[in-house]
Design a protein around this ligand. Sequence first.
Ligand SMILES: Nc1ncnc2c1ncn2[C@@H]1O[C@H](COP(=O)(O)OP(=O)(O)OP(=O)(O)O)[C@@H](O)[C@H]1O
Ligand SMILES: [Mg+2]
Length: 365
Amino acid sequence: MTDPGERLRSSLAADQASSPSSAGMADFDSPIAMEAMRATRVLHAADQEPFPAPNRIRVITIANQKGGVGKTTSTVNLGVALALYGLRTLVIDLDPQGNASTALGVEHTVGTPSVYDALAGDSSLGEVVHPTTASPKLLCVPATIDLAGAEIELVSVVAREHRLRRAIEAYVHELPPEERPHYVLIDCPPSLGLLTLNALVAGDEVLIPIQCEYYALEGLGQLLNNIDLVRQHLNPGISVRTILLTMYDGRTKLADQVADEVRNHFGDLVLPAVIPRNVRVSEAPGYGQSVLTYDPGSRGSTSYVEAARQLAERGVDLPPLERTGMVGVTAAPPVAGLSLGDTAAPSISHAGESVSSPRVSGERS
Ligand SMILES: Nc1ncnc2c1ncn2[C@@H]1O[C@H](COP(=O)(O)OP(=O)(O)OP(=O)(O)O)[C@@H](O)[C@H]1O
Ligand SMILES: [Mg+2]
């Protein structure tokens, strides 16, 4: 049987060959010149001003139990952007589908040392970290289909919710300071099971990608509720720090309505940069690439660079975490979080579901 990735690659190559725009006839059109200029900026990121490093390691869990909202795409492209702009980044693929591994061109066939081995305790995270071709500063812990069994296998394991957090802490402590990642991005599966729970316990903060489509907020209340429970019982430092609007289609009123609703509800947690629906973004994984390396001048690429820049800029003066263990972290007052039980908070209704307002840094509770 032909490898589906191979099939997709051939079909994309055929499409490109037959596309008139690939003939180079319009090379001097100004939109193309603009795109070339944008591409140069991304391609020569190393010559540009690097993104600011965070004041402590940032472990960001990218979660939304709704499927297909751009979790993996955002993890991969933000990870590549951060790395291209100078920040050491580790992407942990925690989804048995292994999509982030595919998009980063990292082997993830059965038997490949993967995050499963680290969760099962058979390997350290350092032993299952793979390099990527996107950037020497970007490493990836791939997921193989073995991970699908982990939800069940871990049920009887002691401290099963803490497996990933402990693996990350041990990994970071083993490394000399100059090799420690600035960013650890964890790509979650579309569920609220034990894998996502491990990611919420491991993370310092959650990034929620929200697709600019109808039903975008459906199920979000449940996710926020789970984050709240994790904060109360397992990881007091966790909070939602970033919302990223994805797959925005400027031609539709709906996209604007959803974007406005999300901004009204989540305020400053929403990054100003919005990721447009862009075909290059969806083609890139077929080539084992991020959109930044596949088509650096595309709008998908430049918006992910912009989103990563804003993410990095927000990381320079983070409050210390309310937990010990992580490198450079001391006990501190609680950081911003979501208060779901707060009946005084306004709430919005979407698709028959009520979502409570988050409490944001600096706001009175
Ligand atoms: N900005 C975009 N423009 C066009 N297509 C996109 C964009 N972002 C994501 N996609 C496509 O949408 C699909 C879903 O994206 P992605 O896999 O990132 O979502 P996900 O939330 O990780 O899904 P899952 O819940 O299955 O893990 C993919 O085919 C991806 O290529
Ligand atoms: Mg995914």
